[in-house]
Design a protein around this ligand. Structure first.
Ligand SMILES: C[S@@+](CC[C@H](N)C(=O)[O-])C[C@H]1O[C@@H](n2cnc3c(N)ncnc32)[C@H](O)[C@@H]1O
Length: 246
Protein backbone atom coordinates (compact mmCIF):
# COMPACT_ATOMS: atom_id res chain seq x y z
CA UNK A 1 0.00 0.00 0.00
CA UNK A 2 1.52 3.34 -1.02
CA UNK A 3 0.17 6.66 0.10
CA UNK A 4 1.28 10.16 -0.62
CA UNK A 5 2.14 12.44 2.32
CA UNK A 6 -0.91 14.56 1.58
CA UNK A 7 -3.35 11.65 1.86
CA UNK A 8 -1.97 10.08 5.05
CA UNK A 9 -3.88 11.02 8.20
CA UNK A 10 -1.42 11.80 11.01
CA UNK A 11 -1.36 9.19 13.74
CA UNK A 12 -2.99 6.46 11.69
CA UNK A 13 -0.85 3.40 12.18
CA UNK A 14 -2.16 1.12 9.43
CA UNK A 15 -0.43 2.64 6.43
CA UNK A 16 2.96 1.50 5.22
CA UNK A 17 5.34 3.34 2.95
CA UNK A 18 7.17 0.55 1.25
CA UNK A 19 10.31 2.58 0.56
CA UNK A 20 10.87 2.75 4.32
CA UNK A 21 10.71 -1.01 4.76
CA UNK A 22 14.07 -1.31 3.01
CA UNK A 23 15.09 -4.51 1.26
CA UNK A 24 12.66 -7.39 0.89
CA UNK A 25 9.93 -4.74 0.96
CA UNK A 26 7.29 -6.97 -0.57
CA UNK A 27 7.89 -9.55 2.11
CA UNK A 28 7.69 -7.12 5.02
CA UNK A 29 4.58 -5.37 3.73
CA UNK A 30 2.06 -7.95 5.06
CA UNK A 31 4.05 -8.14 8.30
CA UNK A 32 3.78 -4.37 8.87
CA UNK A 33 0.14 -4.39 7.81
CA UNK A 34 -0.38 -6.92 10.62
CA UNK A 35 1.64 -5.17 13.35
CA UNK A 36 0.89 -1.48 12.77
CA UNK A 37 -2.81 -1.63 13.70
CA UNK A 38 -1.79 -3.45 16.90
CA UNK A 39 -0.09 -0.23 18.07
CA UNK A 40 -3.29 1.81 18.00
CA UNK A 41 -2.95 5.48 17.20
CA UNK A 42 0.68 6.62 17.34
CA UNK A 43 0.06 10.32 17.81
CA UNK A 44 1.91 11.41 20.96
CA UNK A 45 3.17 7.91 21.80
CA UNK A 46 6.74 7.19 22.89
CA UNK A 47 8.33 4.44 20.80
CA UNK A 48 11.71 2.74 21.17
CA UNK A 49 13.18 0.99 18.15
CA UNK A 50 15.95 -1.50 18.90
CA UNK A 51 18.63 -1.95 16.23
CA UNK A 52 17.27 0.82 14.06
CA UNK A 53 19.88 0.33 11.30
CA UNK A 54 19.25 2.95 8.63
CA UNK A 55 16.14 4.14 10.46
CA UNK A 56 13.37 3.07 8.07
CA UNK A 57 11.00 1.86 10.76
CA UNK A 58 11.79 4.76 13.12
CA UNK A 59 11.04 7.23 10.32
CA UNK A 60 7.85 5.41 9.34
CA UNK A 61 6.54 5.58 12.92
CA UNK A 62 7.61 9.21 13.42
CA UNK A 63 5.71 10.13 10.26
CA UNK A 64 2.63 8.67 11.89
CA UNK A 65 2.94 10.92 14.93
CA UNK A 66 5.12 8.94 17.35
CA UNK A 67 8.06 10.34 19.26
CA UNK A 68 10.74 7.76 18.50
CA UNK A 69 14.09 6.80 19.99
CA UNK A 70 16.15 4.56 17.69
CA UNK A 71 19.15 2.77 19.13
CA UNK A 72 21.93 0.81 17.47
CA UNK A 73 25.47 -0.36 18.17
CA UNK A 74 26.89 1.06 14.93
CA UNK A 75 27.57 4.83 14.82
CA UNK A 76 27.61 4.96 10.99
CA UNK A 77 24.15 3.37 10.87
CA UNK A 78 22.87 5.98 13.31
CA UNK A 79 24.24 8.73 11.06
CA UNK A 80 22.43 7.17 8.07
CA UNK A 81 19.25 6.88 10.14
CA UNK A 82 19.42 10.54 11.11
CA UNK A 83 19.89 11.52 7.48
CA UNK A 84 16.88 9.46 6.51
CA UNK A 85 14.65 11.04 9.18
CA UNK A 86 15.82 14.47 7.99
CA UNK A 87 14.94 13.64 4.38
CA UNK A 88 11.43 12.75 5.53
CA UNK A 89 11.08 15.92 7.67
CA UNK A 90 10.74 14.08 10.97
CA UNK A 91 14.22 14.73 12.43
CA UNK A 92 12.59 16.58 15.37
CA UNK A 93 10.49 13.55 16.26
CA UNK A 94 13.33 11.02 16.27
CA UNK A 95 16.36 10.68 18.50
CA UNK A 96 19.08 8.24 17.58
CA UNK A 97 21.49 6.94 20.26
CA UNK A 98 24.33 4.50 20.52
CA UNK A 99 23.06 1.86 22.92
CA UNK A 100 22.97 -1.87 23.50
CA UNK A 101 19.50 -3.43 23.30
CA UNK A 102 20.42 -5.81 26.12
CA UNK A 103 21.33 -2.96 28.51
CA UNK A 104 18.91 -0.12 27.97
CA UNK A 105 19.80 3.19 29.63
CA UNK A 106 16.17 4.19 30.15
CA UNK A 107 14.16 4.24 33.38
CA UNK A 108 11.42 1.67 33.98
CA UNK A 109 8.00 2.36 32.39
CA UNK A 110 9.22 4.83 29.74
CA UNK A 111 7.78 3.68 26.39
CA UNK A 112 4.33 2.89 25.00
CA UNK A 113 5.79 0.67 22.28
CA UNK A 114 9.10 -1.09 21.72
CA UNK A 115 9.71 -2.42 18.22
CA UNK A 116 12.51 -4.23 16.45
CA UNK A 117 13.02 -5.86 13.07
CA UNK A 118 15.73 -8.48 12.58
CA UNK A 119 17.57 -7.55 15.77
CA UNK A 120 16.87 -10.17 18.44
CA UNK A 121 18.59 -12.71 16.19
CA UNK A 122 21.79 -10.83 17.15
CA UNK A 123 21.10 -10.65 20.89
CA UNK A 124 20.38 -12.91 23.86
CA UNK A 125 16.61 -13.26 23.51
CA UNK A 126 15.62 -13.45 27.16
CA UNK A 127 17.85 -10.63 28.37
CA UNK A 128 16.60 -8.34 25.60
CA UNK A 129 12.98 -9.26 26.31
CA UNK A 130 13.46 -8.50 30.03
CA UNK A 131 14.91 -5.09 29.26
CA UNK A 132 12.01 -4.33 26.91
CA UNK A 133 9.49 -5.37 29.57
CA UNK A 134 11.22 -3.12 32.10
CA UNK A 135 11.17 0.03 29.91
CA UNK A 136 7.59 -0.50 28.69
CA UNK A 137 4.79 1.34 30.46
CA UNK A 138 1.97 -0.83 31.83
CA UNK A 139 -0.39 -1.34 28.89
CA UNK A 140 2.55 -1.12 26.49
CA UNK A 141 3.55 -3.57 23.76
CA UNK A 142 6.83 -4.94 22.50
CA UNK A 143 6.73 -5.93 18.84
CA UNK A 144 9.50 -8.15 17.57
CA UNK A 145 9.67 -8.93 13.85
CA UNK A 146 12.22 -11.68 13.54
CA UNK A 147 13.67 -14.28 11.24
CA UNK A 148 12.83 -17.91 11.81
CA UNK A 149 15.15 -20.88 11.72
CA UNK A 150 13.49 -23.79 9.96
CA UNK A 151 12.34 -22.68 6.50
CA UNK A 152 14.12 -25.27 4.33
CA UNK A 153 15.05 -22.98 1.40
CA UNK A 154 16.05 -20.08 3.66
CA UNK A 155 18.07 -22.48 5.83
CA UNK A 156 19.93 -23.70 2.73
CA UNK A 157 20.52 -20.16 1.49
CA UNK A 158 21.98 -19.12 4.84
CA UNK A 159 24.16 -22.20 5.00
CA UNK A 160 25.58 -21.56 1.53
CA UNK A 161 25.80 -17.78 1.35
CA UNK A 162 25.54 -16.22 4.81
CA UNK A 163 28.50 -17.56 6.74
CA UNK A 164 27.85 -15.19 9.67
CA UNK A 165 24.36 -16.65 10.04
CA UNK A 166 25.83 -19.54 12.06
CA UNK A 167 26.29 -17.11 14.94
CA UNK A 168 22.74 -15.77 14.87
CA UNK A 169 19.88 -16.88 17.12
CA UNK A 170 17.09 -17.55 14.64
CA UNK A 171 13.65 -18.27 16.05
CA UNK A 172 11.67 -21.47 16.39
CA UNK A 173 8.11 -21.41 17.74
CA UNK A 174 9.54 -22.51 21.09
CA UNK A 175 11.92 -19.50 21.10
CA UNK A 176 8.94 -17.24 20.35
CA UNK A 177 7.14 -18.66 23.38
CA UNK A 178 10.26 -18.22 25.54
CA UNK A 179 10.39 -14.52 24.65
CA UNK A 180 6.64 -14.23 25.20
CA UNK A 181 6.99 -15.75 28.66
CA UNK A 182 8.84 -12.59 29.78
CA UNK A 183 5.62 -10.62 29.17
CA UNK A 184 2.06 -10.92 30.41
CA UNK A 185 0.56 -12.08 27.13
CA UNK A 186 1.85 -12.99 23.70
CA UNK A 187 0.25 -13.14 20.28
CA UNK A 188 2.26 -14.05 17.23
CA UNK A 189 1.81 -14.69 13.55
CA UNK A 190 4.13 -16.28 11.05
CA UNK A 191 4.63 -15.32 7.40
CA UNK A 192 6.02 -16.76 4.18
CA UNK A 193 6.13 -20.47 3.58
CA UNK A 194 5.83 -21.11 -0.17
CA UNK A 195 5.83 -17.33 -0.79
CA UNK A 196 9.62 -17.43 -0.46
CA UNK A 197 9.54 -19.18 -3.86
CA UNK A 198 8.62 -15.83 -5.44
CA UNK A 199 12.22 -14.76 -4.86
CA UNK A 200 13.36 -17.33 -7.39
CA UNK A 201 10.97 -15.90 -9.97
CA UNK A 202 12.19 -12.40 -9.13
CA UNK A 203 15.78 -13.41 -9.86
CA UNK A 204 15.12 -15.91 -12.67
CA UNK A 205 12.40 -14.08 -14.63
CA UNK A 206 12.93 -10.39 -13.88
CA UNK A 207 9.45 -9.21 -14.80
CA UNK A 208 8.22 -7.25 -11.75
CA UNK A 209 4.52 -7.70 -12.55
CA UNK A 210 4.96 -11.46 -12.82
CA UNK A 211 6.94 -11.59 -9.58
CA UNK A 212 4.30 -9.60 -7.70
CA UNK A 213 1.51 -11.75 -9.16
CA UNK A 214 3.35 -14.90 -8.04
CA UNK A 215 3.97 -13.47 -4.59
CA UNK A 216 0.34 -12.49 -4.12
CA UNK A 217 -0.93 -15.95 -5.02
CA UNK A 218 1.68 -17.76 -2.97
CA UNK A 219 0.77 -15.53 0.00
CA UNK A 220 -2.87 -16.54 -0.36
CA UNK A 221 -1.87 -20.20 -0.48
CA UNK A 222 0.36 -19.78 2.61
CA UNK A 223 -2.45 -18.11 4.57
CA UNK A 224 -4.75 -21.05 3.77
CA UNK A 225 -2.15 -23.68 4.64
CA UNK A 226 -1.17 -21.99 7.91
CA UNK A 227 -4.82 -21.79 8.96
CA UNK A 228 -5.43 -25.42 8.04
CA UNK A 229 -2.15 -26.86 9.35
CA UNK A 230 -0.92 -24.55 12.17
CA UNK A 231 2.18 -26.66 12.80
CA UNK A 232 3.56 -25.39 9.49
CA UNK A 233 4.25 -22.03 11.15
CA UNK A 234 7.48 -23.48 12.48
CA UNK A 235 8.64 -23.66 8.84
CA UNK A 236 7.91 -20.01 8.02
CA UNK A 237 10.54 -17.37 7.32
CA UNK A 238 9.33 -14.40 9.41
CA UNK A 239 7.51 -14.10 12.69
CA UNK A 240 5.83 -11.08 14.26
CA UNK A 241 5.45 -11.25 18.04
CA UNK A 242 3.20 -8.85 19.92
CA UNK A 243 4.13 -9.01 23.60
CA UNK A 244 1.91 -7.19 26.11
CA UNK A 245 2.77 -5.67 29.48
CA UNK A 246 -0.42 -5.30 31.51
C1 LIG B 1 19.76 -6.79 10.26
S1 LIG B 1 19.98 -5.19 10.87
C2 LIG B 1 18.31 -4.61 10.92
C3 LIG B 1 18.25 -3.12 10.88
C4 LIG B 1 16.82 -2.55 10.87
N1 LIG B 1 16.10 -2.93 12.05
C5 LIG B 1 16.10 -2.97 9.62
O1 LIG B 1 15.15 -3.74 9.72
O2 LIG B 1 16.49 -2.55 8.56
C6 LIG B 1 20.33 -5.43 12.59
C7 LIG B 1 20.69 -4.14 13.32
O3 LIG B 1 20.73 -4.43 14.71
C8 LIG B 1 21.86 -3.79 15.27
N2 LIG B 1 22.21 -4.50 16.52
C9 LIG B 1 22.72 -5.74 16.64
N3 LIG B 1 22.90 -6.05 17.94
C10 LIG B 1 22.46 -4.98 18.65
C11 LIG B 1 22.40 -4.68 20.04
N4 LIG B 1 22.79 -5.56 20.97
N5 LIG B 1 21.92 -3.49 20.42
C12 LIG B 1 21.50 -2.58 19.50
N6 LIG B 1 21.54 -2.81 18.16
C13 LIG B 1 22.03 -3.98 17.75
C14 LIG B 1 22.91 -3.88 14.17
O4 LIG B 1 23.94 -2.94 14.35
C15 LIG B 1 22.07 -3.62 12.94
O5 LIG B 1 21.97 -2.26 12.62
Amino acid sequence: MRESDASRPAGRPDTVETDLLLWWEDFYLPVFEYVLPKMGTLEGKKVLELGTGTGGTATLLAKQGASVVGIDLLPFRLAEAKERATQHNVADAVNFCLMDATQLAFPDNTFDVVISKSVLVFTAHTQTARECYRVLKPGGKAIFIENMRNHPAVWLYRKMWLKYSRKLHYFSVRDIETVGAEFNTLEHREFHLFAVGALFWQKGIPIPAFYRWTLRHLNTMDAYLLRRFPKLKNLCWITAMICHKT
